[in-house]
Design a protein around this ligand. Structure first.
Ligand code: 13P
Length: 288
């Protein structure tokens, strides 16, 4: 199946009261783990790429070629959107030109008027080629690829104004943060999420910082209108832990385990398990 926009994937999720994982990829193993698990679980999926990861993989054209090629070679039939995560204005335009089917324009660090104006421009370009757009109001806490946010709570009225720009789904800060949650984290603000939902109506909502949020809070967020949940750190952690265990146990020294296809296998399997768990918790299994 060809890459699709995320609009319909997320509208179906909203109507069906589940959320679709948006999993950040970093290389071939990540991509293969995400696509193969989504297919096995019969789940729609968003393959997310940060600007930093895009650069690491040598650029958006490489990413588009790899994801499209893999989908064809692996006979992936579930709906897949290739999504730019936290894109800058120029980055979003570049990713769209390279063939991404969805972009997040993150203008959350800008004054609201400039954020709105630039978002409208990206919406016009993306929609002209059938791609979907996510925008953000109220920065997400923590640090990801140099993007630092303080974890503020979004203003519901600003969310409404942003939703009216024609974007397809909206990310709003509700106390969520990227990376590991600190011991003293107070949890998601469901009051804020509810107010945003009331103010914005039917637009699907996005929850960033999906790694490490307790399952009951995830389920409540989905009940209150979250249709897409971003997960990055968790795959990094399980991959690193599995590789560490393998090497610390001296297994890399056995036989031909220096072969990268063997050396990286434990991390790959651990990432597949993590994706499977997210699909189960978010409720997107068998929704393809
Ligand atoms: P985590 O790294 O906390 O899972 O957050 C991912 C994310 O929100 C990507 O935009």
């Amino acid at each position: 199946m060809a890459l699709v926009s995320a609009k319909e994937i997320l509208e179906n999720a909203r109507d069906g009261h589940y959320a679709v994982p948006a999993i950040n990829i970093n290389n071939l193993e990540w991509t293969k783990a995400v696509l193969s698990t989504a297919q096995e679980m019969n789940s729609p999926i968003l393959v997310a790429v940060s600007e930093g990861a895009g650069k690491y993989m040598t650029g958006y054209k490489t990413v588009v070629g790899m994801v499209k090629g893999m989908m064809e070679e692996m006979n992936i039939t579930v709906p897949v959107a290739l999504h730019l995560d936290h894109g800058s204005f120029e980055g979003a335009k570049e990713a769209l030109a390279a063939g991404f089917t969805s972009v997040m324009f993150d203008g959350s660090h800008l004054a609201i008027d400039e954020n709105l104006e630039k978002t409208r421009e990206i919406v016009a370009i993306a929609h002209a080629q059938g791609a979907s757009v996510e925008a953000e109001v109220g920065s997400i806490g923590g640090e990801e690829d140099g993007i630092i946010g303080t974890g503020e709570l979004a203003d519901p009225q600003e969310c409404k104004t942003m939703a009216d720009t024609g974007i397809d789904f909206l990310a709003a800060g509700i106390g969520n943060i990227h990376g590991k949650y600190p011991e003293n984290w107070v949890g998601l603000s469901f009051e804020t999420l509810d107010a945003i939902k009331q103010a914005t109506g039917s637009i699907p909502l996005v929850l960033h910082g999906g790694s490490g949020i307790p399952e009951d809070q995830i389920k409540k967020a989905i009940d209150l209108g979250v249709s897409k949940i971003n997960v990055n750190t968790e795959l990094q952690l399980v991959n690193a832990a599995a590789l560490r265990d393998f090497i610390v146990a001296g297994k890399d020294l056995e036989g031909k385990n220096y072969d990268p296809r063997k050396l990286l296998a434990p991390g790959f399997e651990a990432m597949k398990e993590a994706v499977k768990e997210k699909i189960e918790i978010f409720g997107s299994a068998n929704k393809a």
